[in-house]
Design a binder for this molecule. Structure first.
Ligand code: AMP
Ligand code: ZN
Length: 493
């Protein structure tokens, strides 16, 4: 399959052909969740988007190492309190209990949305040694200084000597000064207000702290991603992702740390997902403009008229490009529910179609063209909405072939196989959608086949008590088994 992907170069802001650093192997790092509360739908949108990018790269033949971290220390709130420690204080739990609880919840939600696990999921607290080493390298290179046991990145010196600070977010140092709120409490220790802490000295009552050459303390939030991406993907890798709220200061500071420690730009491409909105406004817990994934699935929210299944929600998200804002509305979800059903029905019909087994059909060219166009759209900066639009152009053709409005003599089986590869490949392997009802039915069918084959063996061995026990047990569960000379079948009572 063709591997010509077009991506935006985030520094030059030009679209260009994606060329992996190591030919067929792609390294991708995505900033993972800070695990101090339940994952919200905005987070889900970002992680679903990168899951699809991960899957598409594999689909077209790349080997991908996908690293997505768990932030379990150092991500401070505006008032300077560590998010994990706040979670622990409010819930009266050990910090690591908080981390485990919300990591488990995050994983469960990712499974509900049928996303794949990343190749490596490192935790910040498991990489304190690497972070301390990186702080030392940055100090040795003259881009960081110690003050009262904390270590600060010298942004002014870095900006003046490398010209690199602010390029990703497109800001100049004066703006950065005005916006920098990092570690407000210790502004007097910094040489310049936009300097940021890469190691923080811990107060005596602080729980999560480690020994270091400078103090007993903890690493700055930005540092973990620099240290862990370098450890698992090398000093220069292909793709770095995250939500666009992380461009500044998090990603800008990551770049500064990587260049400051080893002189290398960490990533060739930076991909940023845009924010999920609710009824046109930023989702926010404080003004009630929020909805949790579980409320969305159950319909238990003032913002929606009914519940929507996880696959409908995912399909809804795919209708917008990852880099565009997406507004979650009841009407949008209702339309998505209809669209998703149509897509699943067409995919079932497509599986069963049988065309000419020799020669060409008059519909071949058009159908192959649409299937290929869907892949071309995905290769253009992973445009899920445009790829879906091409698949939806195929839907009426598939339906008409299914109900006889178009003749199966006008399409060859080779062409249908080609269409199936893109259509099913994109829907199931790349987008990770699944027909929820079919899944349930398949599971019941599979279980019943297994149970009846065990009963059949018992009957062949004249083990009547086991055979009867299975039949009676199934009856109690509302399933009737009928025996005939051809074997056993079942129905719901
Ligand atoms: P956090 O747990 O806050 O560190 O966020 C985890 C990821 O979700 C980051 O990549 C954020 O940029 C992203 N994110 C946070 N809020 C939203 C939102 N409303 N829409 C899309 N992505 C978001
Ligand atoms: Zn990060």
């Amino acid at each position: 399959m063709e591997k010509k992907i077009q991506l935006y170069n985030s520094i030059s802001r030009q679209k260009e052909e994606f060329k992996p650093i190591h030919d067929t192997h792609v390294g991708m790092y995505v900033c993972g969740p800070t695990v101090y509360s339940d994952v919200h739908l905005g987070n889900c949108r970002t992680f679903i988007s990168f899951d699809i990018i991960f899957r598409y790269l594999k689909f077209i033949g790349y080997k991908v190492r996908y690293v997505r971290n768990i932030t379990d220390v150092g991500h401070l709130l505006d008032d300077g309190e560590d998010r994990i420690l706040k979670g622990a204080r409010l819930q009266q739990l050990e910090p690591m209990e908080v981390v485990q609880k919300y990591t488990n919840g995050f994983h469960a939600m990712m499974r509900i949305f049928n996303t794949e696990e990343p190749s490596i999921e490192p935790r910040a607290t498991g990489h304190i040694v690497e972070q301390i080493e990186m702080v030392q390298q940055i100090i040795d290179n003259g881009y960081a200084y110690e003050a009262n046991g904390s270590v600060y990145f010298d942004t002014l010196k870095f900006a003046q000597s490398t010209g690199e600070y602010g390029k990703l977010s497109g800001r100049v140092i004066e703006e950065l000064v005005a916006e920098s709120r990092d570690n407000l409490k210790n502004q007097d220790e910094k040489r310049h207000p936009s300097d940021f802490a890469i190691w923080m000295k811990a107060a005596p009552e602080h729980i999560m702290k480690w020994n270091s050459p400078w103090s007993i303390g903890f690493p700055g939030w930005h540092l973990e991603c620099s240290a862990m991406s370098t450890k698992y993907l090398g000093t220069h890798f292909d793709i770095h992702g995250g939500g666009n709220d992380l461009k500044f200061p998090h990603h800008e500071n990551e770049i500064a740390q990587n260049i400051g420690s080893c002189g290398c730009h960490p990533a060739k491409y930076w991909l940023h997902t845009n924010m999920l909105l609710l009824n046109g406004k930023k989702m926010s817990k404080s003004d009630g403009n929020t909805i949790s994934p579980l409320e969305l699935f159950s319909g238990d929210s003032v913002h929606i008229s009914q519940g929507y299944s996880p696959m409908v929600v995912k399909f809804f998200m795919l209708q917008a490009h990852y880099s565009a804002p997406l507004d979650l509305t009841d009407e949008g979800l209702q339309a998505a529910e209809k669209g998703f059903k149509r897509l699943m029905e067409a995919s079932k019909i497509l599986s069963k179609l049988q065309g000419l087994n020799a020669g060409k059909g008059s519909l071949d060219e058009e159908m192959i063209g649409l299937a290929d166009a869907a892949l071309t759209e995905m290769s253009d900066d992973f445009s899920t909405p445009k790829a879906l639009a091409k698949l939806f152009e195929l839907v009426p053709k598939i339906n008409s072939l299914g109900d006889g409005k178009l003749s199966l003599n006008d399409v060859s089986d080779t062409a249908l196989d080609h269409v199936r590869q893109s259509f099913h490949g994109l829907i199931f392997d790349v987008f990770g959608l699944k027909d929820e009802q079919a899944g349930e039915n398949n599971a019941v069918d599979g279980l019943m086949n297994l149970i009846l084959s065990i009963r059949q063996k018992a009957r062949a061995n004249k083990d009547w008590p086991t055979s009867d026990e299975i039949r009676d047990g199934l009856k109690a569960a509302g399933i009737v088994v009928k025996d005939s000379k051809d074997g056993s079948s079942w129905t719901y009572e």
